[in-house]
Write a protein of this length. Structure first.
Length: 602
């Protein structure tokens, strides 16, 4: 038994078009739908109803399944992939389509016939099509790319149409796709091109435009970092973006231009383009629009094969967030507001790089930023600005370090001092002394947890009595992936998942949560959609733990007690650990326990 699935809606016109239209109706074996029924994606009753709904031809079966019966795109794509024995390629706005492959093709023709060349690797061309078994399409592809090896991927009609819209947008002269097309053309037109230098320098128009567009696209996609990774064996240069804390490949650049791209970034950052043997770092002030500028921190590192990797961190000028928008637990928020109002003492925000420490400190400063307080900050770099703060950019190369800035601040009548990072004993000692002489001091330090921060400072050689007297609170923080709100769904977890949550929270504390395993208990997950690039996650949510400087805690710090004893006391006094705060947010449907474990488990 077969089911007629018109996944290639629309004909091509004329006699050939009529024949192609008939052949392009994808006659898919019943096992495609049976697979979805077996996987409990759709019921058998709904399958028969969907087929009936599509018989009149007004709406194709793909649209009926996706829109009326809410079949996930990935599920339908997976079934098609199994049937055609080729990969399913969903739409991804980050895909850079090889513009050179489209030069002889009409996009309207491709839209009618539902196929599209995506990329070329030597003599291999990747082609996306709605029906890899369609003979007419196969002949058209082979005539367009004679002598080339064709590798097919199957796609849904709506995805192919979105790819074609993307290709149309990338066809403009300033787009990444068009620029890559120019570079690829040069490689093919000049086969004798030097594989190392590429026969092109950093001032070439295409290289300049490509570098600018990569930065602009990374900013548009919300990336925090750009990684440019050349390879010595003539493989294409990989460009990866870090979005929401995770890296993914954004595009490939022909290997012949790896030196030119790296040199162009060095020129923009005022680095030595002749020096390839040692790391360098610099900054770029990049103007995205007339009224918008970002700062890009650049770090180059020599790698094997006499190449250099480049990492660019995008620092967009941001406004400070209010404290009540930082998603603290109510008790934690109350405690932070209370200690922030203290006239003197030290507040530390701790965690790994990129965990939102500076954002949190600026939120605290925003809370206490009034006309009555004089606030100085020393930062590297100044990422967030707000009126009322006097902000200093440190320059270690000229001797303006955090410690130097701190000494200067103490002569400048401060009420509040914020130090971007306590990197050494000198800075830590000055910060502690300042907090003991009538100033409120805020700073960050790279440690794993609130309690470990105390041990780290004592190990640095800081006086335990002074630090105990000064400490108001230590806030540990992580950023965890947030479930996409567009595709979030409830599900009934297994007993094993429940037990894992209870164990992670702590057997002695789990009863306070007040949740038992029942048939109607639900957790949440993301199905994956266009908005979240089919990952099920979009954006990030912070996890916190706050260690308060109670009298008993100060006594333990002064006696340099073991970490376990400090942690035990902190939890007795009401501190929720990072994992516990994460599990509370899992139960509220904001993230998943798997993501909490990734960032908060030791």
């Amino acid at each position: 038994m077969t089911v007629e699935m018109d996944l290639a809606a629309g004909g091509t016109g004329g006699k050939k078009g009529s024949r192609a239209s008939k052949l392009s109706r994808c006659t898919i074996e019943q096992n495609v739908l049976d697979t979805m029924v077996y996987r409990e994606i759709i019921s058998q009753v709904d399958v028969l109803a969907a087929v009936d709904d599509s018989k009149d031809g007004a709406v194709d079966l793909e649209t009926v399944l996706l829109d009326r019966y809410r079949v996930p795109k990935d599920a339908l794509g997976s079934a098609l992939s199994d049937f055609y024995q080729c990969p399913y390629l969903p739409y991804d706005e980050r895909t850079v389509i090889d513009a050179d492959l489209l030069k002889t093709l009409n996009l309207d023709y491709l839209r009618k016939n539902l196929w599209l060349p995506i990329a070329r690797r030597g003599s291999l061309i990747d082609v996306l099509t709605s029906d890899p078994h369609d003979l007419d399409k196969g002949w058209d592809v082979r005539r367009t790319f004679p002598g080339m090896t064709i590798r097919y991927a199957v796609g849904l009609r709506r995805d192919i149409e979105q790819f074609l819209d993307l290709a149309r947008g990338q066809g403009t002269s300033g787009s990444i796709g068009a620029i890559l097309g120019e570079l690829i053309n040069e490689v093919h037109l000049e086969p004798a091109i030097d594989p190392v230098s590429g026969g092109i320098d950093e001032n070439d128009s295409a290289i300049v435009r490509l570098t600018n567009q990569v930065i602009a696209e990374a900013d548009r996609l919300g990336a925090s970092d750009i990684h440019i990774e050349p390879y010595a064996d003539r493989k294409d240069v990989a460009v990866r973006l870090r979005v929401d804390g995770a890296c993914s490949t954004f595009m490939k650049i022909p290997a012949a231009y790896r030196r030119a791209v790296v040199s162009r970034i060095k020129v923009m950052a005022n680095l030595d383009i002749a020096e390839r043997r040692k790391p360098q770092d610099g900054k770029i002030r990049y103007r995205l629009a007339k009224d918008r500028e970002i700062e890009v921190r650049v770090a180059t590192l020599p790698t094997s094969g006499q190449d250099e990797d480049v990492v660019l961190r995008l620092l967009t000028a941001k406004q400070p967030m209010p404290l009540d928008a930082m998603e603290f637990a109510p008790a934690t928020l109350q405690a932070i507001q209370a200690i922030a109002e203290k006239p003197h003492g030290i507040i530390l925000c701790v965690g790994p790089t990129g965990s939102g420490k500076t954002t949190t400190l600026h939120a605290i400063l925003k809370h206490i930023n009034t006309d009555e307080r004089k606030i100085w900050t020393a930062e590297d770099p100044v990422e967030i600005t707000q009126d009322g703060l006097r902000q200093v950019q440190v320059h270690p190369k000229i001797g303006l370090t955090f410690a130097t800035a701190m000494r200067a601040f103490l002569r400048a009548d401060p009420d509040v001092i914020m130090i971007g990072e306590m990197r050494d004993k000198e800075t830590a000692d000055i910060a502690i002394e300042a907090s003991l002489t009538g100033h409120l001091v805020l700073s960050t330090i790279h440690t794993n947890s609130a309690v470990e921060t105390v041990i780290r400072l004592l190990d640095l050689g800081c006086d335990s009595f002074n630090f105990a007297d000064a400490m108001l609170g230590v806030l540990a923080q992580r950023l965890c992936k947030r479930i996409c709100i567009q595709c979030k769904e409830a599900y009934h977890p297994s007993q094993q998942e429940y037990d894992e949550l209870a164990k992670g929270y702590g057997a002695q504390d789990w009863p306070t949560v007040g949740i038992e395993y029942t048939a109607d208990w639900s957790l949440y997950r993301g199905q994956g959609c266009k908005a979240c690039n089919r990952t099920g996650f979009k954006g990030r949510i912070p996890l916190h733990e706050l260690l308060r400087g109670s009298e008993e805690m100060k006594r333990l710090i002064q006696s340099k007690t073991r970490t376990a004893d400090m942690l035990s006391l902190a939890m007795e006094e009401g501190m929720s650990t990072l994992v516990q705060d994460g599990i509370q947010k899992v139960l509220r449907g904001e993230t998943t326990y798997q993501q909490v474990k990734v960032v908060a488990m030791k």
